[in-house]
Design a binder for this molecule. Structure first.
Ligand code: ZN
Length: 156
């Protein structure tokens, strides 16, 4: 039991780690006692005034992955964001070059022709996950969604 370290070599997305979402909830308050918590009371127990429904605006921080889960076109398990690394999104499938960084028995990863791997992997990612890139760009702005190729190291 315990944590193990994993390494992904290939394409991934770098995005902001969270987004502020404006939300509204209905709060029930007495106009004269706005600080007092009300539940289902119809009248204020302190002054007898009618309890009013008031919209309360608040901000909630959400991670890129939770935005993706709510995205209509998202298919389960297409992408993966390691714990504590909300700003990194990696594909949940091996890219074409399939460079195995998780060599538990020791070994090497041949990167002599790395530019070829990079090109092939990035094209694959753009074609396969293009709708997610477009969606994330609409959420964070085009300049804040970066398609990268490299090493992501994480614990799981
Ligand atoms: Zn009151």
């Amino acid at each position: 039991m315990g944590y193990s370290q994993s390494i992904s070599i290939g394409p991934y997305l770098e995005v902001p780690k969270e987004k502020d979402i404006q939300k509204v909830r209905v709060k029930r308050i007495c106009p004269d006692h706005p600080g007092k918590k009300m539940k289902d009371e119809k009248f204020c127990p302190m002054c007898g005034k009618l309890i009013e429904n008031v919209d309360e605006h608040y901000t909630e921080k959400v991670s890129p992955m939770s935005l993706l889960y709510d995205f209509e076109g998202y298919e389960d398990d297409d992408l993966y964001s390691p714990e504590f690394l909300d700003h990194l999104i990696i594909p949940n499938q091996y890219p074409p070059s399939n460079l195995k960084g998780d060599i538990s028995d020791g070994g090497d990863v041949d990167l002599t022709d790395v530019s070829e791997h990079v090109k092939k992997d990035l094209e694959w990612f753009k074609e396969k996950y293009g709708k997610y890139i477009t969606f994330l760009e609409s959420q964070f702005g085009e300049l804040n969604v970066k398609l990268r190729w490299g090493i992501v190291s994480y614990w799981s």
